[in-house]
Write a protein that binds this ligand. Structure first.
Ligand code: PEP
Length: 252
Protein backbone atom coordinates (compact mmCIF):
# COMPACT_ATOMS: atom_id res chain seq x y z
CA UNK A 1 0.00 0.00 0.00
CA UNK A 2 1.56 3.31 -0.94
CA UNK A 3 0.37 6.25 1.10
CA UNK A 4 0.96 9.86 0.07
CA UNK A 5 3.49 11.16 2.55
CA UNK A 6 2.73 14.25 4.61
CA UNK A 7 5.44 16.67 5.65
CA UNK A 8 3.99 19.29 8.01
CA UNK A 9 5.87 22.18 9.58
CA UNK A 10 4.93 23.21 13.11
CA UNK A 11 6.17 26.76 13.55
CA UNK A 12 5.01 26.81 17.19
CA UNK A 13 5.10 30.31 18.76
CA UNK A 14 7.80 31.52 16.37
CA UNK A 15 8.10 34.05 13.54
CA UNK A 16 6.97 37.63 13.26
CA UNK A 17 5.07 38.80 10.18
CA UNK A 18 8.11 39.57 8.12
CA UNK A 19 9.85 36.30 9.02
CA UNK A 20 6.70 34.43 8.04
CA UNK A 21 6.65 36.25 4.71
CA UNK A 22 10.29 35.42 4.01
CA UNK A 23 9.73 31.78 4.91
CA UNK A 24 6.65 31.52 2.69
CA UNK A 25 8.33 33.07 -0.31
CA UNK A 26 11.29 30.67 0.03
CA UNK A 27 8.92 27.67 0.26
CA UNK A 28 6.93 28.94 -2.69
CA UNK A 29 10.07 29.12 -4.82
CA UNK A 30 11.26 25.62 -4.00
CA UNK A 31 8.32 23.34 -3.28
CA UNK A 32 6.75 21.96 -6.43
CA UNK A 33 3.53 19.98 -6.75
CA UNK A 34 4.22 16.33 -6.07
CA UNK A 35 2.18 13.20 -6.47
CA UNK A 36 3.93 11.48 -3.58
CA UNK A 37 4.28 14.13 -0.88
CA UNK A 38 1.79 16.59 0.57
CA UNK A 39 3.22 19.63 2.34
CA UNK A 40 1.56 21.72 5.04
CA UNK A 41 2.67 24.57 7.27
CA UNK A 42 1.14 25.33 10.66
CA UNK A 43 1.90 28.94 11.62
CA UNK A 44 0.61 30.71 14.74
CA UNK A 45 -3.10 31.69 14.62
CA UNK A 46 -2.30 35.35 13.97
CA UNK A 47 -0.45 34.47 10.75
CA UNK A 48 -2.96 32.02 9.29
CA UNK A 49 -4.67 34.54 7.07
CA UNK A 50 -1.54 36.12 5.67
CA UNK A 51 0.16 32.75 5.14
CA UNK A 52 -2.96 31.53 3.35
CA UNK A 53 -2.74 34.50 1.00
CA UNK A 54 1.01 34.13 0.51
CA UNK A 55 0.74 30.44 -0.35
CA UNK A 56 -2.21 30.94 -2.66
CA UNK A 57 -1.54 29.21 -5.99
CA UNK A 58 0.80 26.63 -4.45
CA UNK A 59 -0.05 23.16 -3.25
CA UNK A 60 1.27 23.91 0.22
CA UNK A 61 -1.60 23.48 2.65
CA UNK A 62 -2.48 25.50 5.68
CA UNK A 63 -2.55 23.95 9.13
CA UNK A 64 -3.31 25.23 12.63
CA UNK A 65 -1.56 24.24 15.84
CA UNK A 66 -4.66 23.91 18.01
CA UNK A 67 -8.45 24.18 18.04
CA UNK A 68 -11.10 24.52 20.73
CA UNK A 69 -13.40 21.60 21.34
CA UNK A 70 -16.56 23.68 21.71
CA UNK A 71 -18.37 25.16 18.74
CA UNK A 72 -18.58 28.71 20.11
CA UNK A 73 -19.16 30.67 23.26
CA UNK A 74 -17.48 32.27 26.25
CA UNK A 75 -13.97 30.86 25.84
CA UNK A 76 -11.82 33.95 25.89
CA UNK A 77 -8.67 33.57 23.86
CA UNK A 78 -9.75 30.40 22.08
CA UNK A 79 -10.29 29.67 18.39
CA UNK A 80 -13.12 27.51 17.05
CA UNK A 81 -13.22 24.96 14.26
CA UNK A 82 -15.44 27.24 12.16
CA UNK A 83 -12.99 30.13 12.53
CA UNK A 84 -10.16 27.90 11.32
CA UNK A 85 -12.22 26.55 8.46
CA UNK A 86 -13.15 30.09 7.39
CA UNK A 87 -9.46 31.00 7.35
CA UNK A 88 -8.59 28.23 4.90
CA UNK A 89 -7.19 25.70 7.35
CA UNK A 90 -7.05 22.06 6.16
CA UNK A 91 -4.99 20.38 8.87
CA UNK A 92 -5.06 20.87 12.64
CA UNK A 93 -2.39 19.61 15.04
CA UNK A 94 -4.16 18.17 18.07
CA UNK A 95 -2.76 16.97 21.38
CA UNK A 96 0.83 18.05 20.77
CA UNK A 97 2.92 17.07 23.80
CA UNK A 98 3.48 20.74 24.61
CA UNK A 99 -0.29 21.21 24.87
CA UNK A 100 -0.63 18.07 26.95
CA UNK A 101 2.17 19.21 29.26
CA UNK A 102 1.54 22.95 29.59
CA UNK A 103 -2.22 23.21 28.98
CA UNK A 104 -3.49 20.02 30.57
CA UNK A 105 -4.84 18.44 27.40
CA UNK A 106 -6.07 14.94 28.13
CA UNK A 107 -6.89 12.13 25.74
CA UNK A 108 -10.58 12.95 26.20
CA UNK A 109 -10.04 16.56 25.16
CA UNK A 110 -7.92 15.38 22.23
CA UNK A 111 -10.80 13.20 21.05
CA UNK A 112 -13.33 16.03 21.35
CA UNK A 113 -11.03 18.36 19.40
CA UNK A 114 -10.42 15.80 16.67
CA UNK A 115 -14.17 15.18 16.30
CA UNK A 116 -14.87 18.91 16.07
CA UNK A 117 -12.20 19.30 13.42
CA UNK A 118 -13.56 16.36 11.39
CA UNK A 119 -17.11 17.68 11.61
CA UNK A 120 -16.09 20.57 9.37
CA UNK A 121 -14.05 18.43 7.01
CA UNK A 122 -10.62 19.44 8.32
CA UNK A 123 -7.97 16.82 8.97
CA UNK A 124 -6.70 16.31 12.52
CA UNK A 125 -3.06 15.41 13.09
CA UNK A 126 -3.43 13.62 16.42
CA UNK A 127 -0.14 13.56 18.33
CA UNK A 128 0.87 10.76 20.67
CA UNK A 129 4.17 9.80 22.26
CA UNK A 130 5.86 8.69 25.43
CA UNK A 131 8.16 10.64 27.76
CA UNK A 132 11.71 9.53 28.47
CA UNK A 133 10.96 7.65 31.70
CA UNK A 134 8.25 5.67 29.90
CA UNK A 135 10.66 4.81 27.09
CA UNK A 136 13.31 3.76 29.62
CA UNK A 137 10.87 1.64 31.62
CA UNK A 138 9.99 -0.29 28.46
CA UNK A 139 6.32 0.62 28.85
CA UNK A 140 6.18 2.95 25.86
CA UNK A 141 3.97 0.81 23.62
CA UNK A 142 1.27 0.66 26.30
CA UNK A 143 1.42 4.42 26.84
CA UNK A 144 1.10 5.18 23.16
CA UNK A 145 -1.64 2.59 22.80
CA UNK A 146 -3.68 4.25 25.54
CA UNK A 147 -3.31 7.66 23.89
CA UNK A 148 -4.43 6.24 20.54
CA UNK A 149 -7.36 4.27 21.97
CA UNK A 150 -8.63 7.17 24.08
CA UNK A 151 -7.79 9.99 21.66
CA UNK A 152 -9.51 8.41 18.66
CA UNK A 153 -12.91 6.91 18.20
CA UNK A 154 -14.37 4.43 15.75
CA UNK A 155 -16.82 7.03 14.45
CA UNK A 156 -13.99 9.15 13.02
CA UNK A 157 -13.49 9.22 9.26
CA UNK A 158 -10.26 7.27 8.72
CA UNK A 159 -9.75 8.94 5.34
CA UNK A 160 -9.18 12.27 7.04
CA UNK A 161 -7.21 11.09 10.03
CA UNK A 162 -3.45 11.54 10.52
CA UNK A 163 -1.60 10.25 13.58
CA UNK A 164 1.76 11.73 14.57
CA UNK A 165 4.07 9.62 16.71
CA UNK A 166 6.22 12.12 18.58
CA UNK A 167 8.36 10.64 21.34
CA UNK A 168 8.49 13.53 23.81
CA UNK A 169 12.16 12.86 24.56
CA UNK A 170 12.96 13.61 20.91
CA UNK A 171 11.06 16.88 20.55
CA UNK A 172 13.34 19.88 20.33
CA UNK A 173 16.15 17.94 21.97
CA UNK A 174 18.21 17.04 18.92
CA UNK A 175 17.78 13.41 19.91
CA UNK A 176 15.84 11.36 17.35
CA UNK A 177 14.18 7.99 17.57
CA UNK A 178 16.10 5.52 15.45
CA UNK A 179 14.31 4.46 12.26
CA UNK A 180 13.69 1.06 13.85
CA UNK A 181 12.28 2.59 17.04
CA UNK A 182 9.92 4.80 15.01
CA UNK A 183 8.84 1.93 12.78
CA UNK A 184 8.10 -0.31 15.74
CA UNK A 185 5.75 2.20 17.37
CA UNK A 186 4.11 3.14 14.07
CA UNK A 187 3.42 -0.54 13.42
CA UNK A 188 1.84 -0.85 16.84
CA UNK A 189 -0.33 2.22 16.20
CA UNK A 190 -1.44 0.72 12.89
CA UNK A 191 -2.52 -2.47 14.62
CA UNK A 192 -4.87 -0.42 16.84
CA UNK A 193 -6.13 1.51 13.82
CA UNK A 194 -6.84 -1.83 12.15
CA UNK A 195 -8.95 -2.86 15.11
CA UNK A 196 -10.83 0.45 15.05
CA UNK A 197 -11.33 0.97 11.33
CA UNK A 198 -10.65 -2.37 9.63
CA UNK A 199 -7.58 -3.37 7.74
CA UNK A 200 -8.28 -1.62 4.44
CA UNK A 201 -8.99 1.78 6.00
CA UNK A 202 -6.15 1.46 8.51
CA UNK A 203 -3.72 0.90 5.65
CA UNK A 204 -4.67 4.30 4.25
CA UNK A 205 -4.13 6.33 7.43
CA UNK A 206 -0.89 8.30 7.51
CA UNK A 207 1.22 7.82 10.62
CA UNK A 208 3.90 10.49 10.59
CA UNK A 209 6.97 10.84 12.82
CA UNK A 210 8.00 13.94 14.76
CA UNK A 211 11.01 14.57 16.97
CA UNK A 212 14.13 16.36 15.73
CA UNK A 213 13.65 15.31 12.13
CA UNK A 214 16.17 17.15 9.99
CA UNK A 215 17.81 16.78 6.56
CA UNK A 216 20.53 14.51 7.97
CA UNK A 217 18.11 11.90 9.35
CA UNK A 218 15.02 12.37 7.18
CA UNK A 219 16.06 9.88 4.50
CA UNK A 220 16.36 6.91 6.80
CA UNK A 221 13.29 7.76 8.89
CA UNK A 222 11.10 8.32 5.85
CA UNK A 223 12.38 5.11 4.25
CA UNK A 224 10.71 3.05 6.97
CA UNK A 225 7.62 1.25 5.66
CA UNK A 226 5.39 2.51 8.48
CA UNK A 227 6.64 6.12 8.47
CA UNK A 228 4.35 8.16 6.25
CA UNK A 229 5.88 11.58 6.69
CA UNK A 230 7.08 13.99 9.32
CA UNK A 231 5.87 16.63 11.73
CA UNK A 232 8.75 19.07 11.76
CA UNK A 233 9.33 21.64 14.51
CA UNK A 234 12.69 23.43 14.59
CA UNK A 235 13.74 22.51 11.05
CA UNK A 236 10.50 23.90 9.58
CA UNK A 237 11.65 27.42 10.45
CA UNK A 238 14.55 27.10 8.05
CA UNK A 239 13.29 26.97 4.45
CA UNK A 240 16.35 25.12 3.16
CA UNK A 241 16.09 22.40 5.80
CA UNK A 242 12.33 22.04 5.46
CA UNK A 243 12.57 21.77 1.66
CA UNK A 244 15.37 19.18 2.01
CA UNK A 245 13.06 17.07 4.18
CA UNK A 246 10.29 17.38 1.58
CA UNK A 247 12.79 16.23 -1.07
CA UNK A 248 13.77 13.28 1.17
CA UNK A 249 10.08 12.33 1.28
CA UNK A 250 9.83 12.47 -2.50
CA UNK A 251 12.78 10.11 -2.90
CA UNK A 252 11.11 7.28 -0.99
C1 PEP B 1 7.30 19.17 17.14
O1 PEP B 1 7.23 20.10 17.91
O2 PEP B 1 6.26 18.66 16.69
C2 PEP B 1 8.62 18.71 16.75
C3 PEP B 1 8.72 17.54 16.15
O3 PEP B 1 9.66 19.53 17.07
P1 PEP B 1 11.20 19.29 16.65
O4 PEP B 1 11.22 18.91 15.18
O5 PEP B 1 11.85 20.62 16.88
O6 PEP B 1 11.73 18.22 17.51
Amino acid sequence: MSRTKLIAGNWKMNTNFSEAQILCSALKKTIRPSATVEVAVCPPFTHLSIVNTLLNGTQIMLGAQNIHQDKKGAFTGEVSAQMLKDTGVEYVIIGHSERREHFGETNTIVKEKALRCLELGMKPIVCVGEVLSERKSGNYLNIVEEQVREGLSREMDPKKLVVAYEPVWAIGTGETASPEQANEVHGHIRSILTEYFGSESAQEIRIIYGGSMKPSNADELLAQPEVDGGLIGGASLNAEDFCAIVTAGEKQ
